[in-house]
Design a protein around this ligand. Structure first.
Ligand code: HEM
Ligand SMILES: *[C@@H]1O[C@H](CO)[C@@H](O)[C@H](O)[C@H]1NC(C)=O
Ligand SMILES: *[C@@H]1O[C@H](CO)[C@@H](O)[C@H](O)[C@H]1NC(C)=O
Length: 507
């Protein structure tokens, strides 16, 4: 049933979890129904049942409505409110509090995000300004592991692209956060992939029940016990890195310049403690691994569904690689020249976002909006990003996959630097918007492009005969592609390798 969509490899574990939980489902149905009636709305807006945010026309009429979720309601606002709301700091409207509620952070060890923003600071102040430097490192980790993850076979072979994408992204992200050695450490790679899955699984199981049952239920969930195991192992790995960093600093030796080291050097108060550093690294895996891996997987599904884009993308990859043959130039100058690929990614994300609602916020103070709407402190709000981008007044022919929409928009004079993947706006909410927009997005897009260049450049990809684009599953506001959907890849031979952004210079 529905948990299968969380796409965990340990499927048998999931099944046994469900059976355990289902006993509770039955015995608690009455309490559950009762709790629906206890959810009293405090903003005067209509209520809508599940999936109503699919319907953009409804939103345009009312401007705001509530979506019910058993563990708490969300006020959905039209993007017309974004201009006013995007500028509020996180002390007034907080994304971290919204995510904390989504993942049931109290029971998934995520409270660090509520009292420290070091994980965001490091991305805004170090990763993004030096994105070329860090993307180069993650590219090295990717190139090194490439053929251990992708079969170098000239025959068609089946590839579990979602699993490969997670492994690739775990290495690329690990290399910048924790360094080259940890990006090869299989124990850390496993943790960084499993931790988010077990967090989501714990959260979704709790979400099926009203809040007052969570303390009891949380003690019974196997996924939560697995989280504790991941945390113990992560603690040992992070402790070693902290000790090594301190040793180097004291000995005056050159450090590796990882993001963990930057955080240690810039930590205030308890921020530098092992407990917080460990939790923060794990929270970062939640934000960075699966979002990026899903974007990559969807890009391949879309490419198979629309093979007419393979040639134009490949031509672009080849010409950019020729112009910037060294890894360093390729990353620093080439990636932003991949304009067709960028546009393809915008379109892929438009139709296949990881969440239906973005950005999301929790009001930490009562806010009175210019049109008189009052948002009481504690209200959860969200914007129906998927519906907005699927609305014909925003995107003409919204159900058509038209990969070069943004590319064409950029050809208009004055628009050259707009409509790009990293940009956020009222009508481009894939990375959220405003002051709290995704601080990892420049790195994420660089990472995705590096991977696509090499795989599209070196491989042919297709569905099996008769296969169609994998089904999409919805779990509350989350969207997952069919976890069992496989693709078929065939290596194009040595000639293709040189033209795939692989780079002529070893790093
Ligand atoms: C395609 C990949 C990704 C997508 C679609 C994505 C999407 C998002 C979205 C929608 C938000 C909320 C923004 C808002 O509320 O306005 C967010 C926040 C965040 N993202 Fe990303 N993200 C991606 C990759 C990454 C990566 C690679 C990192 C880390 C390197 C990262 C780190 C974060 C962090 C730390 C936050 C929380 C910011 C805060 O609470 O202030 N993300 N992301
Ligand atoms: C990592 O996970 C894989 C697949 O689940 C497993 O085979 C391997 O033993 C794990 N390695 C470590 C070091 O935990
Ligand atoms: C977009 O809208 C069409 C109908 O207008 C619907 O069939 C489709 O599922 C929607 N897609 C998304 C991603 O919401």
């Amino acid at each position: 049933m529905i948990f299968a969509t969380t796409s965990t490899p340990s499927f048998t574990n999931v099944i046994s979890t469900i059976t355990a939980t289902e006993i509770f489902v039955l015995s608690l149905v009455i309490l559950l129904v009762f709790s629906w009636y206890l959810n009293l709305a405090s903003v005067n807006a209509p209520f809508a049942g599940y999936r109503s945010w699919f319907e953009p026309t409804f939103l345009h009429k009312s401007g705001k409505f509530w979506v019910r979720r058993i563990d708490g309601d969300t006020l959905i606002l039209s993007n017309n409110y974004l201009e006013e709301l995007r500028l509020f700091p996180n002390t007034v409207l907080s994304n971290a509090h919204a995510q904390y509620q989504n993942i049931k952070g109290k029971y998934t060890y995520a409270s660090v995000v509520l009292h420290s923003i070091l994980h965001t600071r490091v991305l805004l102040q170090q990763l993004t300004p030096k994105v070329g430097f860090y993307a180069l490192r993650s590219k090295a980790a990717f190139d090194e592991a490439f053929y251990s993850l992708m079969p170098r076979s000239k025959e068609w072979v089946e590839v579990d692209i979602q699993s490969v994408a997670r492994s690739i992204v775990a290495r690329m992200t690990g290399a910048v956060f924790l360094g080259a050695a940890t990006a090869r450490n299989e124990e850390w790679l496993n943790i960084s992939i499993q931790y988010p899955m077990d967090t989501f699984q714990t959260a979704f199981q709790l979400r099926m029940f009203p809040n007052f049952l969570h303390p009891l239920l949380a003690r019974l969930l196997p996924s939560r016990y697995r989280l504790q195991g991941h945390r113990r192992r992560a603690g040992r790995i992070i402790q070693e890195l902290i000790t090594e960093h301190q040793r180097k600093v004291e000995a005056g030796e050159k450090t590796e310049d990882t993001l963990l080291e930057w955080m240690l050097d810039n930590a205030v108060g308890t921020e530098g403690s092992l407990e917080e550093m460990k939790s923060r690294q794990l929270v970062l895996t939640l934000a960075s691994i699966h979002t990026t891996a899903l974007a990559l997987s969807h890009a391949f599904y879309d490419l198979c569904a629309h093979p007419e884009y393979v040639e134009p993308l490949r031509e672009e990859i080849e010409s950019v690689t020729k112009e910037f043959p060294s890894n360093e130039d390729f990353v620093n100058h080439g990636l932003q020249r991949l304009e067709k690929m960028d546009s393809f990614l915008v379109e892929s994300q438009r139709l296949h976002p990881p969440v239906m609602m973005s950005p999301q916020r929790v009001a930490r103070k009562t806010i009175n909006l210019q049109d008189g709407t009052r948002i009481p402190s504690g209200t959860r709000i969200a914007f129906p990003s998927a519906a907005i981008l699927n609305d014909s007044s925003v995107t003409p022919d919204p159900s058509v996959f038209d990969a070069f929409r943004s590319y064409r928009k950029r050809q208009v004079p004055g628009e050259k630097f707009n409509h790009v993947r990293v940009q956020t706006g009222k009508e481009n909410l894939a990375f959220g918007h405003g002051k709290q927009a995704c601080p990892g997005r420049h790195f994420a897009v660089a990472e995705i492009k590096v991977v696509l260049c090499r795989i599209i450049g070196e491989y042919d990809v297709k569905y099996w005969a008769g296969q169609v684009r994998p089904r999409t599953y919805y779990l509350d506001e989350n969207v997952f592609p069919d976890p069992w959907a496989k693709l078929h890849f065939r290596h194009r031979g040595a000639g293709a390798e040189a033209a795939s952004g692989k780079g002529g210079v070893a790093v």
